[in-house]
Write a protein that binds this ligand. Structure first.
Ligand code: BTN
Length: 281
């Protein structure tokens, strides 16, 4: 194990070491040249932990993934050089219910880290997409393993860096990359350093104060706040106006009745998309 800074992280092939992060936290780092999925590897490593053992906060970073996983069973195309593929492993003593807003917190941390590097105008799309003027820049996939009183969480983050290196045609929706937003101003090393520090800061706040302390910040970053949207949940598709998130991270949707009355619906999960009605965006 070597102790280093993030600047050397991506220069070696398979590498393991430690990083010092915000708040004096030590992060164990594993770097892979190629792997099936950093999330899948994190879950395998959780399985090997002794019962009741917390995992040391660990980050897995891969240059490419052969079976990258996206939300809702989708694949996450992960060619070398096209993106950042990273999974952060943490154990929490909180119950899964209390962790509900965590994936939104991860999205906010990524947005704040990117802003600190000069990437402005990046917004969030509930529950946890990063978007740039409506085009997808990145996504987050949380996976959990419950063990006695502990909840082991993998926070998987994928950010498009330069999609020219992979066929954009294979992506299922309009996408954008950091090369377009920032030119060559950002390196993967700088991105990782900013990201890991911000994640450490925001996760500390989440543990101490809960999602409630992030509601204003999330709603300020919400691309669809006040816009007409559709929310799909299973076979149901509901249209309404997004009212942002509540103190748990659930989406609030104002469904207008024909008599102009409104019902506020609350979604803990689902898929949001712009409404295709002519008056929607
Ligand atoms: C989404 O569908 O928007 C979430 C995508 C998450 C992709 C990241 S890349 C690193 C980590 N490993 C995976 O297999 N998936 C996540």
């Amino acid at each position: 194990m070597s102790k280093g800074n993030a600047l050397m992280l991506l220069s070696d092939k398979n590498w393991a070491g430690e990083l010092s992060c915000h708040g004096g936290h030590t992060l164990s780092v594993q770097l892979f040249d190629e792997i099936d999925s950093t999330n899948a590897e994190a879950l395998r490593q959780f399985k090997c932990l002794d019962e009741k053992a917390h995992c040391l906060p660990t980050v897995l970073i891969a240059k490419s993934q052969t079976a990258g996983r996206g939300r809702r069973g989708r694949a996450w195309v992960s060619k070398p050089g096209a993106g950042l593929y990273l999974s952060l492993m943490r154990s929490f003593t909180l119950a899964p219910d209390a962790l509900q807003g965590l994936s939104l917190v991860v999205g906010m941390a990524v947005r704040t880290a990117l802003a600190s590097l000069g990437a402005a105008e990046i917004s969030l799309k509930w529950p946890n997409d990063l978007v740039y003027h409506g085009r997808k820049l990145g996504g987050i996939l949380l996976e959990l393993r419950q063990e006695a009183d502990l909840c082991h969480v993998v926070m998987g983050i994928g950010i498009n860096i330069d999609l020219a290196t992979q066929e954009a045609l294979h992506l299922d929706r309009p996408a954008v990359d950091l090369a377009e937003i920032m030119g060559e101003a950002v390196t993967q090393e700088a991105l990782c350093t900013a990201l890991l520090n911000q994640l450490s800061r925001d996760i500390d706040q989440f543990i101490a104060q809960g999602f409630e302390s992030f509601v204003v910040r999330w709603n300020e970053a919400d691309y669809y706040l006040g816009k007409r949207v559709a929310v799909e949940q299973g076979e149901h598709r509901l249209l309404g106006v997004s009212r942002g998130v509540d103190s748990t991270g659930a989406l609030l949707l104002l469904k207008e009745g024909i008599d102009n009355s409104g019902t506020l619906l609350r979604f803990e999960g689902g898929e949001l998309s712009p409404s295709l009605r002519p008056d929607g965006e």
